[in-house]
Design a protein around this ligand. Structure first.
Ligand code: SF4
Length: 736
């Protein structure tokens, strides 16, 4: 559902609902508050319920809701209001519907904390688990989890302040709706899981800044979440029921309690209705009565974006020489090459121990959960459930479940052998094992991207947030498929064995873009991260899409012009390892991303692309014209420049530019922050670029030891690349 007005003038901490339009009062009467009782994730009598598959993930979050507080106190603003605004904006960035802050009232502490019984079960499982993963540092993650789960609970009543997250619920799935078999009666658990994803990340963030903090969920809590939500001005008590003016009683809650002083919100005056701007949709807030629920008039299986309007084609719009795709070892991944020193000492230093993530406090907050979930991404399958023999029904159930949970786009395809790496992280050959792939994309968030340069101190957190979302939701789906009798493996940023871009292409989630290995989606642009679950569950497949992007990128050079490392080609598509792509210089890109000093990581290509859109009604003509009149691409790209699209909107900057220093403390970075203007005067020419590529013949051996890159050979390899027509001609003539 497209928005009528832009949110470009609205500061991020105000959030998507116009909470600021509601009346407040200094105190609230909590007498008659319903008793807070934890919710259960056990549905033994309903094996088709996705709730069963959430069990371990919720338990993992509940098990990691507390942790070590960093000794070194960060240098952050003293003003409690600045802190509250910052943390609210962070909450909205994590897609909370509403965020409030408060002093913790005595009445909110529970006499007996609510405990999630699945935490003990998970702890038992972890004690004997041999993880089926070769992710770097997995032994350290395991040891840390085992140690923290063995610790006795610590009282947190010395915490003074709370941050409360309210998660809205989309409509209930209809019983006769295609794809609704697995998602009935799962709203509380969905909201609990999503809320706790945010709360655990926040608690980790605040502890990293040097303040005590613990996350509380609807399944494991020391506090009455309803009482905190009342105190923080998110809900009121109406006839014995907690209600929110916008969502009624349809919401889930999570919170953190902390010793960090924050400006509190005031409680709401009971009995209010939403402000007029919410009803008309004419406010600057993203959510209105029209846009609140993207599924209000759509089946879950169709997703929030109108994929049904796109042209489907039998083959992707870029050529893949399927029989001759060169499989490469995981060791050829640029981050692995950095870690082993192939790109020199300074890249190795920046890559080891995840230093390029660790240096940013906001990015590092997502890292513990990402590490913990990697333990759950594979496992054994239960006996096959009778309901799973219809391939179309399986496809609809998979899509509906993922969209219900919060994935932004889903595509299903075969998982051909050539999409697998040749060797795993230890150097052992990989024999392709699953025939089907479920590809997912997660939006990196338009609003935060608006305030960013793409390569400043939020860039790495933008990636981490999306990677964590996939690891959680893709992980739940994979577990559910295993529960129903099929093997299923998550391929996450921490540990994957398939290449994502070709699978995204085959499943119709986008087309190849000039950025290189980034698949561009017509509704999210390149502003996305992907994840894949492979499985042997039978399912019908989607087809590739054609929305005219090849002509558009041919005429548009903006990402190449704006790339800070000069890694994106301004030239034509060429054949690389059997794929026709605009091949970027991954060595330059990775070197810049991990070792640049003026921010953490980089996604400037995503930021500046004309397809990075807000989702406004006024943008619909752009998309229509770009898709249907390829000749207009050059003019549209120029218009995008003239409108200043891709520039930084300072109103949207909410994060702190904190960098970890040598003593371990986070402080405002001493390096000048990347705040870039568009380079509209630069006329970048392919002939002036020096790019290198490392195709299969230049890939390192599959084993985990150093294999320095030969840049001269890489440059020669780029110069030797040919286009698809010449490639086909040579193949037809029997030439290599
Ligand atoms: Fe294609 Fe232009 Fe976007 Fe680059 S900036 S991916 S060339 S549309």
């Amino acid at each position: 559902m497209l928005k009528l007005r832009s949110y470009k003038t609205r500061p991020m901490h105000l959030g998507p609902f116009p909470l600021e339009g509601l009346k407040r009062q200094p105190v609230t009467d909590m007498s008659g508050l319903p008793t807070f009782a934890g919710i259960s994730f056990r549905r033994p009598d309903d094996p088709q319920s996705i709730v069963n598959a959430m069990q371990d993930y919720q338990a993992m979050l509940d098990a990691t809701r507390d942790g070590m507080v960093k000794r070194e106190i960060a240098e952050i603003p003293d003003n409690p209001q600045d802190r509250a605004n910052h943390l609210k904006a962070f909450g909205y960035y994590c897609d909370a519907s509403m965020v409030g802050t408060c002093l913790i009232p005595d009445a909110a502490w529970l006499d007996s904390p609510v405990a999630n019984p699945d935490v003990d079960r998970l702890a038992d499982k972890l004690r004997t688990m041999q993880p089926k993963t070769l992710a770097a540092g997995i032994d350290v993650i395991m040891a840390g989890l085992r140690e923290s789960m063995a610790l006795p609970p610590v009282d947190c009543r010395h915490h003074t302040h709370a941050i409360v997250f309210l998660y809205d619920m989309p409509r209930d799935p209809k019983p006769d709706e295609a794809g609704s078999d697995w998602i009935q009666d799962a709203q509380d658990q969905r909201a609990c899981l999503r809320g706790m994803e945010t709360a655990v990340t926040f608690a980790s963030y605040i502890r990293t800044l040097g303040y005590d903090a613990r996350a509380h969920s609807m399944a494991a809590s020391d506090v009455d979440l309803g009482a905190l939500a009342m105190q923080a001005g998110l809900v009121t008590l109406e006839d014995g029921t907690l209600v929110n003016p916008f969502t009624g009683d349809r919401f889930g809650l999570a919170a953190i309690t902390t010793t960090l002083e924050l400006a509190p919100d005031q409680p709401l005056v009971p009995g209010q209705t939403p402000p007029a701007s919410y009803q008309t949709g004419l406010g600057t807030h993203a959510k209105s009565a029209r846009t609140r629920d993207p599924f209000a008039k759509r089946d879950y299986a169709k997703g929030p974006h109108p994929f049904e309007t796109l042209k489907r084609v039998d083959e992707p719009t870029t050529y893949i020489d399927r029989p001759n795709v060169a499989r490469v070892p995981k060791r050829a991944n640029m981050f692995a090459r950095g870690l082993f020193g192939d790109m020199g000492k300074h890249v190795q230093e920046a890559t080891k121990n995840g230093n390029y993530v660790r240096k940013s406090a906001a990015a590092f907050a997502f890292r513990p959960s990402l590490g913990a979930f990697v333990l759950l991404q594979d496992g054994d399958a239960a006996p096959v459930h009778d309901s799973t023999h219809d391939t179309q029904r399986n496809a609809e159930n998979i899509k509906a479940a993922l969209y219900f949970l919060g994935v932004d786009a889903v595509g299903l395809s075969a998982c051909p052998d050539w999409t697998y790496y040749s060797h795993d992280a230890a150097g052992a050959p990989i024999t392709p094992y699953h025939e089907n792939a479920i590809s997912m994309i997660i939006d990196q968030g338009h609003e935060t991207m608006e305030g960013a340069s793409g390569d400043d101190w939020i860039a790495c957190a933008q990636s981490m947030r999306a990677y964590l979302r996939f690891s959680l939701l893709g992980g739940v789906l994979a577990q559910h498929l295993r529960n129903l009798g099929y093997t299923a493996r998550v391929h996450s940023v921490m540990d994957d064995e398939v290449l994502h871009p070709p699978l995204l292409l085959l499943s119709g989630l986008g087309e190849v873009s000039r950025i290189g290995e980034v698949i561009l989606n017509p509704f999210l642009g390149p502003r996305l991260k992907s994840g894949v679950v492979t499985t042997n569950m039978p399912m019908t497949h989607d087809k590739p899409i054609d929305f005219g992007l090849q002509a558009f990128c041919n005429a548009c050079n903006k990402c190449a012009r704006e790339c800070p490392s000069g890694a994106i080609t301004a030239g034509p598509k060429l054949m690389f390892n059997g794929y026709e792509i605009w091949k970027s210089d991954s060595q330059k890109c990775t070197t810049y991303r991990v070792s640049q000093k003026n921010g953490a990581m980089c996604g400037r290509c995503m930021k500046t692309c004309p397809w990075n859109l807000e989702g406004l009604f006024a943008e619909a003509p752009f998309r229509k014209l770009a898709m249907s009149v390829p000749q207009a691409a050059k003019a549209l790209a120029k218009l995008d420049d003239r409108l200043g699209k891709g520039a930084i909107n300072a109103v949207k900057k909410w994060w702190w530019d904190l960098e970890m220093e040598d003593d371990g403390a986070y402080r405002p970075s001493r390096h000048p922050v990347n705040q870039r203007d568009l380079q509209t005067d630069l006329d970048l020419q392919f002939a002036d670029q020096t790019l290198a590529v490392y195709p299969a013949p230049l890939a390192p051996p599959p084993y985990p030891w150093p294999a320095p890159m030969d840049r001269e050979a890489g440059i020669a390899a780029y110069e030797g690349m040919i286009d698809a027509a010449e490639h086909m001609r040579r193949r037809a003539a029997g030439q290599p």
